[in-house]
Design a protein around this ligand. Structure first.
Ligand code: SF4
Ligand code: SF4
Length: 475
């Protein structure tokens, strides 16, 4: 059976609200899902604000910040991991892995990431909490819209925006801490001895937080984020997305009327049309209208409706994390079928494990030094007056460790005489800590032929043996 998912009603709702100059004003809600969301908010914000201040001893000449993006020196530090520009394939691998995990989560439970852990959701929740504490819940805030601005309300607005700005500045400042020594920057900020570029970035990131979490809010999740657009390709009718059990809820009737109808033996739906599910939705969706790509699967409407059902003494789950397939089965009065383990999720999980395994293997195979060889292009070969042929190469040694090393260079694969320009005695090449050294090398042979040549370098203790293969060409 073909399934059509609408994004239009969320669009028109958001557009209608914007046209009327009215933002989406979500109401506070209590319930188990809300509590989980508070827990995740606390955890993610704590990780974000505390991480730059965690220290990690990497020995002398290395920064002791556990997580640091050191752009100036081209390093990325994350606890025991140190990524050099040469290792960026690992970061690419991690990004691909994260995307695959996100698609797997989507196949299991829709936009779960969006509803619980996305920074946009977390900071918007925080800003909404501040707004509610200062200006009141939805009813009061709706009353405020268009009302004359008295001194009391003006003071509340000032307090709210001041609190938002403080959070934004803390957020923007913390982001900068990830790019430099955090305690040092805190001291610099305290004494006013801070660079203009650091200040500029703090203001840019603070302004972004203030704008996105304070004003753009659900517009980001609906219109700016690419994830809802992708739902058309990756939406899965068997995923546990938030859905309304319309076969149970319809026809909507007030509790009193439903009781009368049931007494008469007539059918009555469980939905009392109280609108609580719509009032608490941070996106402004009425989930009773059907699945919606703009829905971030936050489950707040589940908590709201469960609260109503509890008060009415009815079974919870009129709105629930339920697959669209089971909603359709419910309409046909068929028993639900749950298939979290199915070819798609198994395939995606296998892809995640394979990617994670490949990243671990690649990481473990990394060495503290690298050797690369580049053959001269013009000329590729020179025939000397005695008939021998000479090829020239640039050999580059990179030492990622924190102490200097001496590398001895040799070549195999061809009976040729090796010379290092400027180092006739072929003395070991010293490479500074976290440094690199490039040398010009020539190979000369009378055994005139094309062949693979392998350059090998070993350090003073022979614990590190590096090699790279290139081609010797006759002409
Ligand atoms: S909260 Fe439940 S009962 Fe109230 S309108 Fe929504 S679905 Fe109906
Ligand atoms: S419809 Fe429900 S689950 Fe979806 S965004 Fe709104 S409150 Fe969250």
């Amino acid at each position: 059976m073909a399934i059509t998912i609408e994004i239009d009603h969320a669009k028109t709702r958001a557009k209608a609200a914007a046209a009327a100059g009215q933002p989406v004003v979500p109401q506070a809600v209590k319930g188990p899902i809300r509590r989980i969301k508070w827990g995740i908010l606390l955890l993610t914000l704590s990780i974000y604000y505390v991480t730059p201040f965690i220290r990690w001893d990497r020995g002398p000449n290395a920064p002791d910040q556990a997580v640091l993006l050191d752009f100036a020196n081209g390093r990325l530090y994350a606890f025991f991991v140190e990524i050099w520009p040469q290792d960026l394939y690992l970061v690419t691998g991690l990004l691909v892995l994260a995307s695959t995990i996100l698609i797997l989560a989507n196949a299991l439970a829709g936009r779960l990431w969006c509803g619980f852990a996305c920074p946009q959701t977390v900071w918007t929740d925080l800003f909404l909490l501040v707004e509610r504490l200062i200006e009141g819940d939805r009813r009061q805030r709706l009353k405020n819209i268009g009302a004359p601005l008295g001194p009391k309300r003006a003071a509340r607005m000032v307090a709210k925006h001041a609190a938002w700005l403080l959070i934004s500045l803390a957020t923007g400042g913390t982001l900068i801490f990830y790019f430099t020594d955090a305690p040092g920057l805190v001291r610099a900020l305290a004494t006013g001895d801070v660079s203009a570029s650091a200040l500029t970035w703090i203001v840019v990131f603070a302004g972004t937080t203030y704008g996105l979490a304070g004003f753009a809010r659900e517009q980001v999740c609906t219109f700016m984020c690419p994830w809802p657009r992708l739902q058309g390709a990756i939406w899965d009718p068997e995923a546990y997305t938030v859905n309304y059990r319309d076969y149970r809820g319809e026809q909507r009737t007030s509790a009193k009327k439903a009781a009368e109808l049931r007494l008469q033996g007539k059918p009555a739906g469980d939905c009392v049309d109280c609108g609580q599910c719509v009032a608490v939705c941070p996106i402004g969706i009425d989930i009773r209208e059907g699945p919606n790509f703009a829905c971030i699967n936050c489950g707040l409407c589940v908590d709201a409706c469960d609260g109503v059902m509890l008060k009415l003494g009815r079974q919870r789950g009129l709105i629930d994390y339920e697959s669209w397939k089971n909603i359709e089965r419910g309409r046909r009065k068929e028993a639900p079928v749950n298939r979290p383990v199915r070819p798609k999720t198994v395939g995606l999980a296998a892809a995640c494990f394979a990617l994670a395994g490949a990243i671990v293997v690649a990481f473990a195979a990394r060495t503290n030094a690298t050797l690369s060889v580049q053959h001269d292009r013009d000329p590729v070969a020179v025939r000397l007056s005695d008939g021998s042929v000479r090829n020239a190469y640039t050999v580059k040694l990179l030492n990622k460790s924190s102490r200097a090393h001496l590398y001895t260079l040799s070549v195999s694969g061809l009976d040729a005489r090796m010379a290092i320009i400027g180092n006739e005695s072929l003395a070991p090449i010293e490479v500074a800590p976290e440094g690199s050294e490039a040398v010009r090398v020539t190979l000369t042979t009378t055994a005139s032929r094309n062949a693979d040549v392998t350059f090998t370098a070993h350090d003073e203790s022979c614990t590190t043996v590096l090699s790279a293969t290139d081609r010797f060409v006759e002409r």
